[in-house]
Design a protein around this ligand. Structure first.
Ligand code: ATP
Ligand code: MG
Length: 352
């Protein structure tokens, strides 16, 4: 029996009052202490008056509880419910007899939802703080470099022919890095806000890969990396924004060179027919990525310890852009890697 229901509460109270009346009645007529149990009419009268008192008390209690207490709770319940559901759904709310139970369930539910919202806001706040921290950290290095070179030049370095051109060149490099970071951030924010419109066309992914490999040939040569395209010997037509996919391939191949093997470095690019999609894979025999870093490399500004040790050049933004571009195409990117053996990045595009 649930005592928080008005009906049951009224029943209990009415039973107590009727019981108390019966005991008092019996005491007052002395029936308990004399042995007058045969007073049939007295018992009938007692039964009838107790029943009457029970009914009246039950009615009064139920009315009072409902009128003065539950009507107020009903109001609170209604307002909680309408806040939660929004005004539109308010009219569809069913009136229920188990109001207290409902209020409790609603409040618990509400509390749980609020807790979740707070958690999410906290996560977003943390994300925002990390992001600002990362941006300022990334901007600081080139800015401090520029400041250092300019100060040295102003303090007499400008007249020193052994350093003046060199310091100006380094200043230019730092400015280029600043501009690139800002361009990348701008691109990420456009991709995240869905502002970037894709120009979807049909193109041959193999010839696009060849084009990019040729452009990166010099850099690969400098790092002693050999790029091999496992050419299927025929065009492999896919659907997508060609310029954006160019960016995807450029960053992944560039990474395979940047974090590739310093001695016998090899980058292999292959294409697989997956019925509806074409899977393009870029495999290197470089540094490799630790298991705990595998999903994190797609986060903006994330660089692995090994990556940082290998080169200062990375900004940790390339793969974040790559992931966003592929998500905008409703396609996926995956990575598998073994430390000291190498890494494979694979992404899909719709086959046409
Ligand atoms: N092929 C790879 N082998 C080993 N580590 C890799 C490879 N590709 C990426 N990484 C790791 O993932 C990190 C993130 O890569 P990402 O391309 O996002 O940034 P980046 O190359 O450092 O800088 P950029 O923004 O200029 O591309 C790298 O810093 C590196 O630590
Ligand atoms: Mg990169």
């Amino acid at each position: 029996m649930k005592f928080h229901e008005p009906k049951n509460l009224a029943l209990l109270n009415a039973a107590i009052i009727a019981g108390a009346y019966a005991v008092l009645f019996l005491l007052s007529v002395g029936i308990i202490f004399t042995n007058a149990y045969s007073h049939f009419y007295t018992f009938v009268a007692l039964f009838l008056t107790s029943a009457l008192i029970f009914l009246i008390a039950y009615g009064i209690f139920l009315y009072t509880l409902d009128k003065f207490i539950y009507s107020k709770i009903r109001l609170i319940y209604k307002s909680i419910h309408s806040v939660k559901m929004g005004k539109k759904e308010q009219t569809t709310m069913q009136s229920s007899t188990n109001l207290i139970g409902n209020v409790q369930a609603e409040v618990e539910n509400w509390e749980w939802e609020k807790q979740r919202e707070i958690e999410q806001l906290r996560r977003l706040e943390q994300y925002r703080r990390d992001f600002i921290g990362n941006v300022s950290h990334e901007l600081k290095t080139p800015l401090f470099n520029i400041q250092g070179y300019v100060s040295t030049l102003l303090d007499g370095g400008l007249e020193d022919h052994t350093i003046n051109r060199e310091y100006l060149k380094r200043t230019e490099k730092s400015i280029e890095r600043l501009v690139k970071i800002l361009e990348d951030l701008d691109e990420i924010s456009q991709l995240e806000s869905g502002q970037m419109k894709l120009k979807i066309t049909r193109f041959d992914i193999v010839s696009l890969t060849r084009e990019i490999a040729e452009l990166l040939e010099m850099k690969a040569h400098k790092h002693e990396i050999q790029i091999t395209i496992l050419d299927p010997g025929r065009p492999v037509m896919v659907e997508g924004d060609k310029d954006k996919i160019r960016q995807v391939l450029t960053n992944i191949i560039d990474n395979s060179i940047r974090y590739g093997n310093r001695e016998n470095g090899k980058t292999k690019i292959s294409f697989f027919d997956m019925d509806e999609n074409i899977l393009t894979e870029v495999t290197d025999n470089g540094l490799g990525i630790d298991t705990q870093d595998l999903t994190r490399v797609f986060e903006r500004f994330y660089r692995t310890e090994r990556g940082r040790a290998a080169t200062k050049k990375g900004k940790g933004l390339g793969l974040s852009i790559v992931k966003h571009i592929l998500e905008a195409h409703q396609q996926t990117i995956n990575v598998r890697s073994t430390i000291g053996v190498g890494t494979t990045f694979g992404f899909t595009l719709k086959k046409t």
